[in-house]
Design a protein around this ligand. Sequence first.
Ligand code: GDP
Length: 175
Amino acid sequence: AGNVAVLGRPNVGKSTLVNALVGAKVSIVSPRPQTTRHRLLGIATFPEGQLLLVDTPGIHREQKRAMNRMMNRAARGAVEGVDAAVLVIEAGRWTEEDGLAYSALRASGVPVVLVVNKVDKVKDKTALLPFISEITHEREFAFVHPVSAMKSKGLEALVKNLIFLMPESEPHYAE
Ligand code: GDP
């Protein structure tokens, strides 16, 4: 089990992604008490493990202010206790806000997984590669996943890699 922060600009498809991850195979276990830091978006359960999907309100707030030291400190707090951060962006669109969110997350030290959503809207799929190359050039992502949250494409691979980033869970032995 592990905690995954899901963040990104409004309208990039965070809710759609979380619903797709929670919806598919999945049973929602008893909701845990929400901390003031993180809002629980959903719990996705897979054979390989469980992901607590939370948002990081701190980052959105701080992102609006210019880059400064406070931002990085706030980002560190915002992703405290999180095992991985999913930064959701829209295919073909990389904004200054996306860049600020990335910088804040990297400063916090948490592994950042880039989810390039809405690939179904991209007519010429060969355009995706140069787009992704440009973003990942001189930036560090644990994984990069082009997906369509709406059409549930690319989510299995995303889940596998998220679970890979989670701390080892206690092994279960049969009686
Ligand atoms: P949020 O504000 O980041 O939570 O974004 P939402 O999940 O509310 O999605 C914003 C809009 O984008 C909605 O109209 C969604 O239907 C649409 N959307 C989300 N994911 C996809 C996708 O994979 N493909 C397309 N074409 N639209 C999407």
